[in-house]
Design a protein around this ligand. Sequence first.
Ligand code: PRP
Ligand code: URA
Length: 212
Amino acid sequence: MSGFPNLTVLDHPLIQHKLGMLRERSTPTKIFKELVDEISMLVAYEVTSSLQLEEVEIYTPLEGTKVRRLAGLRPAVIAILRAGLGMVDGVTRLIPDAPVGHIGLYRDHDTLQPVDYYFKIPPGAASRDFILVDPMLATGGSATAAVRYLRQQGARRIRFMCIVAAPEGVRTMARAHPDVEVYAAALDRQLNERGYILPGLGDAGDRLFGTV
Ligand code: PRP
Ligand code: URA
């Protein structure tokens, strides 16, 4: 995207239609969850478009042939807790045997700095692709910290997938981890003084889990 070389914004009409419903403040928790799930699946289709394939021989009921399948270890889906949990099913519907990891982070309300409380990812980090999921990329503190933790475990190929990104977060990611591609359904205008994305969709975790 122009001015943001690390960012791909998915302009697909279905994604944009669903995103509009997601932003609407009157959308109830049940529908909000379903929309996050559906948008995640649609965004994941694009995020996975550069995965490597390998050729293998198989037999159809009629004869032998060569087919292509995902190469190497399955990509791991890593959810940044809590809100990233809402995106996992949408991705694993496309890659059902993808292992799922979790990184527990919350943003301190005063400093806006990420505070970590949990980390568990599948083994083989150096030879897997990682799809890191969190609906919101605001200051970028949480996402860049999550990428740093993955790297400390040896992860090399990391893609970050969100629903709404702020320019500040995209730039922070580009500075901290220039090789991490960011995929989003929208690039919003700015952050407000409390670090919320404008126009955004509010607090994604609270809306997903009904803790508003
Ligand atoms: C939200 C969101 C991201 C983070 C983004 O989580 O899901 O993880 O804020 O903000 P940042 O880019 O400024 O770090 P939150 O900290 O509210 O935790 P929660 O998911 O547990 O509600
Ligand atoms: N986290 C959210 O859930 N929403 C925002 O707008 C910013 C951070």
